[in-house]
Design a binder for this molecule. Structure first.
Ligand SMILES: [Zn+2]
Length: 82
């Protein structure tokens, strides 16, 4: 896979982001260690991986995060019930 390229079509937003930097807002808390972010300007999405690195939120990542969230909630609930 090639390095993540910005999708064309958001040229103004991309310009703003390249000048001022992305303005990420937390869009979803997956686990205490994994969080999804979305830039409020260009709408690009990022997530932290299990090592705490910020990476592009690809559809595969989204699926991984959904699975993580599912298992996390399950484990968390079991711990609470126990
Ligand atoms: Zn941006």
């Amino acid at each position: 896979m090639s390095k993540s390229k910005q999708t064309p079509g958001f040229s103004l937003a991309n310009c703003l982001c390249s000048i001022f930097g992305h303005r990420y807002k937390v869009s979803k808390k997956v686990t205490p260690h994994v969080t999804e972010f979305q830039c409020s300007v260009c709408k690009c999405e990022k997530t932290t991986d299990d090592r705490g690195h910020i990476v592009s939120l690809t559809p595969e990542r989204k699926e991984i995060n959904n699975t993580l969230a599912h298992f996390y909630r399950k484990r968390h609930r079991q711990a609470l019930e126990y």
